[in-house]
Design a protein around this ligand. Structure first.
Ligand SMILES: [Zn+2]
Ligand SMILES: [Zn+2]
Length: 137
């Protein structure tokens, strides 16, 4: 998402945009955005600065850190950014900041349920689905 500071009216403006997560190169092995990212930017302008309140919303997919089960949920984050107005560089590219924000809020150890029992270290059986025979022998 790019903002042309010359085109922002004094009373501010709200922009809405959708982009594919592939454009930001965000996927990791344990986490990915599984659909379009919706961005809403409420932009305000003062004499020499631009304020942006961004709302990011996207379906996301992560994997349980114990049993590797897929977890579907939503990524929803609001953040505030501030930029100085530079007459030589009137166009501000928000993408690097959006990307960084999403990466910073990646879940570190996601769990499918709070008390996920994980996988049996011996046979790999998903212990949430019941016990295996490894423990009892
Ligand atoms: Zn799990
Ligand atoms: Zn087992």
């Amino acid at each position: 998402m790019k903002i042309d500071t010359r085109k922002i009216p004094d009373e501010g403006v709200t922009l809405v945009e959708e982009f594919s997560p592939a454009e930001l190169d965000l996927d990791t092995e344990i986490f990915k955005l599984s659909g379009l990212v919706k961005v809403k930017a409420i932009i305000s302008k003062s004499y020499d600065a631009i304020g942006v309140v961004l709302t990011l919303d996207a379906p996301m997919l992560s994997y349980c850190s114990r049993c590797l089960q897929e977890i579907g949920s939503r990524f929803n984050q609001q953040l505030e950014l501030h930029y100085a107005v530079d007459k030589l560089e009137p166009v501000i590219d928000l993408d690097p900041d959006i990307r960084e924000e999403i990466i910073l809020s990646y879940p570190i150890n996601p769990l499918c349920v709070v008390d996920c029992k994980g996988l049996c270290p011996k046979c790999g059986h998903n212990l949430n689905e019941g016990g295996c025979n490894c423990g009892s022998t």
